[in-house]
Write a protein that binds this ligand. Sequence first.
Ligand code: AMP
Length: 508
Amino acid sequence: MNIAHWLDRTARVAGDSPALLSGAEVDADYTRFHARAAGLAGALVAQGVAPGDRIAVFARNCTDYLVALFGIWTAGAVAVPINAKLHPREAAFILNDSGATRAFTSAELTGPLSAETALPLTPLHSEAFAALTAVSPAPVADRRAGDLAWLFYTSGTTGKPKGVQITHGMLAATSACYPLDVDPVTSHDAALYAAPMSHGAGLYAPIHVRMGARHLVPPSGGFDAAEVLALSQAHGPTSMFMAPTMVRRLTDAAKARGCSGEGIRTIVYGGGPMYRADIEEAVALFGPKFVQIYGQGECPMAITALGRADVADRSHPDWRARLASVGRAQSLVEVAIGDHGGQPLPPGEIGEIMVRGAPVMPGYWQNPDATAKTLKDGWLMTGDMGHLDADGYLTLADRSKDVIISGGTNIYPREVEEVLLTHPSVHEVSVVGRPSAEWGEDIVAFVVMAPGHTLDPAALEAHLLTELARFKRPKAYVALPELPRNNYGKILKTDLRKMLHMADPSGG
Ligand code: AMP
């Protein structure tokens, strides 16, 4: 089934209901939303777009983003949403790798991206985009559960982003898990897009379309805690996805304003580890409004969930342990812990987290090697380590990959290392995460200088910013005479992290 059918069906029965809101402005009811998406599909088909063709969206959050997604799906094409914070050169890599034939962009990103690609770019919220959506509508294209809907680019440990293939069936499965495991949705609710639509927040759009809820997009197009509080108060009940650092910032903003999140119904948090003190403080201020999810692009949003009662019920004897967990398997997956050979381990033992079920990807886009390493005997090997307790609660122990999660965004050290290594003053480099109360983790680069050079952090930063997004730049640089290595010559990142811990045992 094509996920775009959900918009078509909601428009038939609840066409007058407000659908797309940019702050207080209602941009479209469901009849208009559907007409614009179907019109866009008509334009794409008329221009030769065929089912399975890839179309990128490199944009900040806005109401037209949702029109673009549903228009692309209605045409049977595949959306390639790209994080708007990426460097245009990184975005161009994704355009190229996915074989996208065109892209929709934010107006301010069109110029920088056009310097990196010759593909046709159409800004959202422009006359050109409005003209496309006004074309005679196309019907929903015939798509099956196994057909591709979304290419979700996640960086690999090799440093090159990989495209997770998200099918229409996976989107339906992830969506079905939302009311089953996370939170029921009604037409009175508003999905508030506080986090990027290119990631979790966008993946939650289809279920809110299916239920005829409002889609409330903050006019800032990004995350502004004061704006989220004000919009929720005026247009609640709101539900939203947030990375742990956003929850921290929302708590601080609410405290500063003496409010307690009036209008907010649910905050779904995940994407990175949440400090226990932060969630306890948030629940004390806002009440039992929090649900945690654990997922990864390869099984989007749908591995485990920790319900609002588990988060908030202090009277339960296991409350603290459960709060430190990521909850229990969501309804459409099995979760197991495997040893080195992938054999299931008993409760309590730490091993690699393995998942199988309807929301799990069929593989990476045109990358059979990476797929073979990640999907084994029908299980998704998540690369995350953890253990299950006797009641099925999963606690993450560590990440087997060395991914750094800063502000809820994954940063792959190798990517940063590769760019730093191209600077003439750098002989060797290793990048690790340092615990940070504000960001979850900060990036620290350990550098062995080339002979005759001294460490110049400003020069390294300037060099890095010619290739990578700002959020990937290290917060600190440390010069070392040599990097610690094991007997096989592999750099011991654990030793580097220990050095940071010894320098600041409080962890930030
Ligand atoms: P991504 O594929 O970008 O969504 O990143 C997924 C990774 O983020 C997972 O493999 C975990 O390492 C981490 N992650 C996701 N959710 C949580 C959570 N609730 N708690 C801790 N880490 C998480």
